[in-house]
Design a protein around this ligand. Structure first.
Ligand code: GH3
Ligand code: MG
Ligand code: MG
Length: 633
């Protein structure tokens, strides 16, 4: 039974139940009374007419003028004759009584059974007494209705006054059973029974449905729980969660940073222990009764945070609190105490989401951004298309929609004099739009696409060097390029005149797993004759290794040291120290990010030899640069 049929049973069942109750206790009793009234009226009508005739014909015919007249045997016999005419199978009793000293006595009795004699005292039942009183007062007939009784019959007693001289002198009792009424009664009872059956059946069905629903939520809870961490598992996500009102929740996806490392270093068991504690921290950071925590993947947790009474800011604060707690938490394992960080992708605006899986996808995009931005952070999903899809990047690279823009590195004492042009990679979209590396480089890092791109970039620049024989160009290489044997071989096999004009800038933006290999290949490139510069010097920490192990040609001082050099004494000191060190080791220094004359003056004063930045030129195509004709190359 799925949730929809359950709902249908509950709603429809309740409706039928309500209607049945209404029928049983309100409609049916009224209906019953009405039918009976109608029947009684119809049937007694005939008798009434008959008795009226007695009043008219009999009293007048026999010139009866008092009760005593009536009591005369001759008149009583005449009355008996009249009454006998009324008799039929339905008539039980038929007799007349009169009142004397407030006692009722039989005047005449023509009943077939239990016949009473004249003047015998008649003991009316309570109902009959009341009716008689009324008749003597109002001179109008009365009807007594009696149900069942010992005889199990439905009976009606018609009481009709005999009026002489405008006074009630006697009352005729006609007691008859009504067969139709009996049938109707049976019918109504059957209907009642049927309704009771319907009510019982529907109630049972509703109870069963509620029971199975409760079973799902309580008894089957175990099937929805992750054994290791005690939060909900994917069964819950797939079977129960799609029913929730997504609009009321914010979707957050937590993923532990570098979890593989923990498994690799301390083993799977340690990983499991950490997962347990991690889940516990999450549980303590959110509201148990309102928010939902699901173990979404191995070390990925989905949290649905209820928006009610909370604005986006306070929901985000809850997420932030959780992230902080995780950052501060100690995860003891054996003698070691491990620390972790987590990245979170959040989808705040769930209002227009059609399904939970769509919402999770968006939170996942944000999570991905958080990872790219360096991990240990919360990223909120924004509707934008900065990132291309991997497929699209692949297609563009395959089609060779690659180009480079070039930015000159110039002599600071003569800024027309170019040391070399740095090649900066771009992709070209099918419609000709230039796509900048921030939209694709991070996405393909550590993938085979990156290697493919690097190879094409190298080829592109070799072509440029072949075409423009007098320019020098630098190409960026990441550590992953430096362990890419094909790329190194391609470079080493280049002819002399290219090698002389091609330089490599070594980036350090990723974790280096195989330092020896990187250094080894760098040595091979140096031996071949390529000039090497260390990029972003002063930002990483391990690029000192290159300095110690290689004869580096250039140090490019990191933009962060240059940008605010006029505001920061420390930056100046640091740059000074780098320059001093470089000079002593015959290494040339290059300052990145020279944006204005003030920066230029300062770095020049600090002894930096070369520079690069918008102050001199923005990156442009090589054709544009050469057309400017202002460069001494
Ligand atoms: P990132 O910072 O990019 O998230 O790096 P990561 O190392 O955490 O990488 P990723 O999230 O892709 O890897 C998840 C790892 O979690 C893979 C697997 O070894 C580990 N893992 C998944 N499930 C379990 C589990 O139940 N127990 C343990 N101990 N490890 C798990
Ligand atoms: Mg992870
Ligand atoms: Mg993961």
């Amino acid at each position: 039974m799925n949730i929809y049929s359950k709902k249908l049973i509950l709603y429809l069942g309740s409706a039928i139940l309500a209607i049945s109750f209404l029928f049983l206790f309100l409609v049916l009793p009224k209906f019953e009374v009405k039918i009976k009234d109608e029947l009684v009226n119809n049937i007694s009508y005939a008798y009434k007419g008959f008795i009226k005739n007695i009043n008219k014909d009999f009293i007048q015919q026999h010139k009866i003028s008092s009760l005593n007249d009536l009591k005369k045997i001759k008149n009583r016999l005449a009355l008996a004759h009249h009454l006998s005419l009324m008799k039929n199978d339905n008539i039980e009793y038929i007799f007349a009584v009169y009142k004397e000293d407030n006692i009722y006595k039989i005047l005449i009795d023509v009943s077939d059974t239990d016949k009473s004699n004249f003047d015998e005292i008649f003991f009316p039942t309570e109902k009959e007494e009341k009716a008689l009183d009324r008749i003597y007062k109002t001179k109008r007939e009365a009807i007594i209705f009696h149900e069942a009784g010992e005889t199990k019959k439905i009976g009606i007693t018609l009481l009709e006054p005999l009026i002489i001289n405008n006074k009630v002198q006697a009352v005729v009792f006609v007691d008859f059973t009504v067969q139709t009424l009996l049938t109707i009664n049976k019918l109504i009872n059957m209907l009642k029974l049927f309704l009771i059956f319907v009510i019982s059946f529907i109630s049972a069905l509703i109870i069963f449905t509620i029971y199975t629903t409760l079973k799902v939520f309580y008894f089957k809870k175990k099937a929805y729980m992750d054994e290791l961490t005690g939060v909900y598992n994917r069964n819950y996500l797939e079977e129960v969660l799609p029913e929730i009102n997504l609009q009321k929740y914010v979707v957050a996806l937590f993923d532990i940073d570098y979890f593989k490392k923990i498994n690799d270093t301390y083993g799977h068991k340690a990983g499991d222990e950490i997962l347990k504690k991690f889940a516990k921290i999450l549980k303590n950071s959110f509201r148990e009764d309102e928010d939902v925590i699901v173990r979404y993947g191995g070390e990925e947790f989905l949290v649905l945070i209820k928006k009610d009474r909370r604005n986006s800011l306070s929901v985000l604060n809850a997420v932030k609190r959780a992230v902080d707690r995780i950052r501060k938490a100690m995860f003891p394992y054996g003698k070691e105490v491990l620390r972790l960080t987590t990245s979170v992708g959040v989808l705040l605006d769930t209002e227009k989401e059609k399904s939970l899986s769509e919402a999770i996808k968006k939170a996942d995009v944000a999570l991905y951004k958080a990872k790219l931005a360096g991990r240990n952070r919360i990223e909120i999903y924004e509707e934008e298309n900065v990132y291309l899809s991997i497929t699209k990047i692949n297609n563009l690279i395959e089609k060779g929609n690659i180009l480079c823009h070039y930015q000159p590195v110039v002599d600071l004492n003569n800024s027309r004099k170019v040391l070399y042009f740095e090649a900066l990679v771009r992709l070209k979209d099918d419609d000709g739009t230039i796509i900048y590396p921030n939209s694709f480089l991070e996405l393909i890092k550590n993938t085979y696409l990156y290697a493919k791109l690097s190879k094409k970039v190298l080829e592109y620049n070799v072509d440029i060097l072949r075409k423009y024989k007098n320019i020098k160009v630098s190409v960026n290489l990441s550590p992953s390029d430096l362990i890419n044997e094909t790329l190194i071989k391609d470079a080493i096999s280049l002819e002399e005149h290219i090698v002389k004009r091609l330089k490599f800038e070594i980036l350090e933006t990723e974790e280096i797993k195989n330092y020896d290999k990187v250094l080894d290949n760098l040595k091979r490139l140096k031996e071949k004759g390529f000039q090497i510069s260390i990029d972003d010097f002063g930002s990483g920490y391990s690029n000192f290794k290159y300095l110690l192990n290689l004869d580096i040609d250039f140090i490019k001082i990191d933009a962060n040291l240059i940008k605010n050099i006029n505001e920061s004494k420390k930056s100046q000191e640091l740059v000074k120290a780098i320059v001093l060190f470089a000079k002593n080791n015959s290494i040339s220094t290059i300052a990145e990010f020279i944006e204005n004359e003030k920066i230029l003056e300062t770095v020049k004063k600090l002894g930096v030899e070369y520079g690069q930045g918008y102050y001199f030129s923005k990156p442009k195509t090589i054709e544009e640069i050469l057309e400017e004709k202002k460069w001494d190359i």
